[in-house]
Write a protein that binds this ligand. Structure first.
Ligand code: HEM
Ligand code: HEM
Length: 166
């Protein structure tokens, strides 16, 4: 991906998108019960009444997909700041792998959910269920890594995702 040499940090749009997507993903996890019940009913051949929280899961998930594609386009066009100087080399590699996997999961989750919901594909629902665990574990590691940066490496990494730089 292209990287401008003078890039000091993330742009305002990149930061807003990061936090908006984080909030939407949290809601997907907190409010998943109704869609699970609706999916179970669908598999049993029962007729489904309209439920706002089911529609919210579908709409929220599709919104995440659109916002993540926008984010990836911004990252491709504008780039991202280089890793902090104090970050040990193996951790740079781990961070890069984690970020790539997070992006891949943020695309794969809505796609597998949509294949299940709109296509009635059972295997896609099973994949959706597995990927949700992988995504949750990675988000946990991501937060731990940010904490390690703050407390162990003292790189003030958090500021990069808080204050926009040109
Ligand atoms: C659903 C939850 C989250 C997801 C999916 C997520 C995903 C990501 C991704 C993919 C990046 C890489 C950005 C890029 O370089 O293009 C990133 C960066 C970052 N995230 Fe998150 N994030 C989440 C939650 C959080 C939380 C809760 C925190 C704070 C504790 C956080 C703090 C950061 C920071 C500080 C960066 C900048 C890292 C850097 O400058 O290299 N994120 N996040
Ligand atoms: C990043 C976006 C998404 C996240 C984080 C997410 C998260 C979740 C979670 C945590 C569950 C509960 C799974 C369980 O307890 O077994 C779930 C179930 C489900 N989601 Fe999503 N979802 C997303 C997008 C979507 C989209 C866009 C759709 C449909 C268009 C969708 C359709 C479904 C269906 C049908 C189920 C029930 C599957 C089952 O019970 O096996 N999801 N989702």
């Amino acid at each position: 991906m292209p990287r401008l040499p003078h890039l000091m940090g993330y742009s305002r749009a990149q930061i807003r998108l990061h936090w908006l997507v984080a909030v939407l993903i949290t809601l997907q996890y907190l409010l998943h019960e109704p869609i699970v019940a609706a999916w179970r009913a669908f598999r049993k051949g029962e007729t489904l009444a309209f439920q706002p929280l089911v529609a919210l899961h579908v709409a929220g998930g599709l919104a995440i997909l659109a916002l993540v594609l926008w984010r990836l386009w911004l990252r491709y066009r504008r780039g991202a700041p280089p890793p902090p100087e104090a970050e040990p080399a193996p951790l740079r590699l781990a961070a890069r792998a984690a970020h790539v996997t997070l992006y891949a999961l943020m695309v794969a989750m809505p796609l597998s959910g949509a294949a299940a919901w709109f296509g009635g594909i059972g295997a896609a629902a099973a994949l959706h269920g597995w990927l949700r665990i992988v995504l949750l574990v990675l988000i946990g590691l991501h937060v731990l890594a940010v904490l390690a940066h703050q407390l162990v490496f003292r790189t003030s990494l958090m500021q990069r995702m808080w204050r926009a730089e040109i």
